[in-house]
Write a protein that binds this ligand. Structure first.
Ligand code: AMP
Ligand code: MG
Length: 415
């Protein structure tokens, strides 16, 4: 076992060897799901001015002190402040201004009484012009129903950090501070390669002895999930010419990463390794993990390259453990560890390598419960379809009993 490379060391080596792509400037509506390239500081206060949180009447709170439903206070209405207007006058003591939600608080006013707490029934739709006077049915605290300038974000405050993925809230916030254009990290172009005489694409009939290529589809999904642009090339046959042509074509695309599957296991046709060696500087690792022991990593003409094992589960697990963090770094994203803890509901066996067993997760009384998805063969892609996560059996352990608490790498968001 000692000649196997530790998973964490493998990941460190990989992460040390890649860096984030450069930024590009795009228009805000295109920025959804992109990764912001620089820390954003607000150039303005948000809201930019004190404004009303309610439809109602702006006033001096001191004028409402004695007001109640039984004994209303009455104020003359001297202004009508609509949203989008800029009131110029000063509201004096003893005066009220009709005001709409979001409209600027006139100078002098320090509270807003909601229209529901007055004798005005304009919300019922029968008042267009402001009334001459208004009755207050309750007293107000100073500052009540006023949204202060800068209370959301003040000028100079950090709005979001470089590496944040721009979601709906972020894109709205960027609009709020007037960013029409935004610097984002360029999306990584990832070429995906498959080779093997047994593989058939979905558009062709299966002949005896053949199976469908699934890896290029799962990898394309994983790359897309990570914010990359996947490019799947047609399957190469198990000949040197065909594999060489495939790898050359991959590099012509000028990718930011190349991922191939198959050809790295013991007994796999050596042809893939020959081509990897011709075109690059590739290490063939034997990693202390299960599934996924054999893995090639290095550079193909300078481009980061992963040669993942071909069994569909091995492909996905090695991607999760080693490629996902690398692609996140290249894409400029925060590298998130999505591990949580769960209690095993089934015994789990390993051969002493760090094992990533496919599990479903259920909420139990004392936390999450992990059930095996059943068959754990590295060829059984169905175990990934069913899995919520990968339960990690640490290296050196060959058995974990029911009730053991394990780390689980999440594969999807839990409900
Ligand atoms: P190899 O490394 O070529 O010996 O492949 C290991 C296993 O993975 C074999 O069972 C292959 O049929 C399978 N395999 C290789 N490539 C793919 C692929 N693209 N999709 C599905 N299975 C594959
Ligand atoms: Mg093969």
């Amino acid at each position: 076992m000692s000649d196997l490379l530790n998973v964490d060391t493998a990941l460190e080596n990989i992460l040390d060897s890649v860096s984030a792509l450069p930024a590009e400037t795009i228009s805000l509506p295109e920025a959804h799901k992109r990764v912001i390239a620089e820390d954003i500081v607000s150039p303005i206060d948000l809201p930019p001015f004190d404004n009303s949180a309610m439809d109602g009447y702006a006033l001096h709170c001191e004028d409402s002190t004695a007001a109640s439903l039984a004994n209303p206070a009455t104020l003359p209405v001297v202004m009508d402040v609509l949203a989008g207007s800029a009131p110029s006058g000063q509201l004096q003591r003893g005066q009220a201004a009709r005001i709409m939600t979001g409209a600027p608080i006139p100078a002098g006013a320090n509270a807003v009484i909601p229209v529901e707490d007055t004798d005005d029934d304009w919300l019922k739709g029968d008042t267009v012009a402001a009334p001459a006077q208004v009755q207050l049915y309750r007293s107000l605290r100073c500052g009540e129903n006023i949204r202060r300038a800068g209370e959301n974000i003040a000028q100079g405050d950090s709005v979001m950090r470089a590496g944040t993925v721009i979601g709906p809230a972020e894109i709205g916030m960027l609009a709020g501070i007037g960013c029409a254009k935004v610097a984002v990290i360029r999306q990584p172009k990832v070429v995906i390669l498959s080779s093997g005489d047994e593989l058939v694409d979905i558009h062709h009939p299966l002949k005896p002895g053949q199976i469908r290529d699934t890896n290029s589809y799962t990898l394309a999904g994983l790359v897309r999930q990570a914010g990359g642009i996947p490019i799947r090339l047609p399957i190469a046959a198990d000949t040197l010419t065909s594999i060489r042509a495939l790898y050359r074509r991959a590099l012509e695309i000028n990718p930011d990463m190349v991922i191939s599957t198959a050809g790295v296991s013991v007994g796999a046709a050596d042809l893939v390794r020959v081509v990897m060696d011709e075109l690059g500087d590739i290490d063939f690792w034997r990693i202390n993990m299960r599934p996924g022991k054999p893995l090639a990593y290095g550079r193909l003409r300078g481009v980061p390259f992963f040669g993942l094992p071909g069994n569909p589960v091995s492909t996905m697990v090695t991607y999760e453990v080693l490629v996902r963090p690398a692609l996140a770094k290249i894409a400029g994203r925060e590298i998130k560890q999505r591990a949580i803890q769960a209690t095993l509901a089934d015994d789990m066996k390993s051969d002493g390598r760090r094992s990533y067993n496919r599990v479903t997760l259920q909420q139990g009384a004392d936390g999450l419960i992990a059930h095996s998805t059943g068959i754990q063969s590295s060829g059984a892609l169905m175990s990934m379809v069913l899995a919520d996560g990968l339960a990690v059996i640490p290296e050196g352990r060959t058995f974990l009993p029911v009730g053991a608490v394990v780390d689980v790498m999440l594969l999807r968001e839990l409900d």
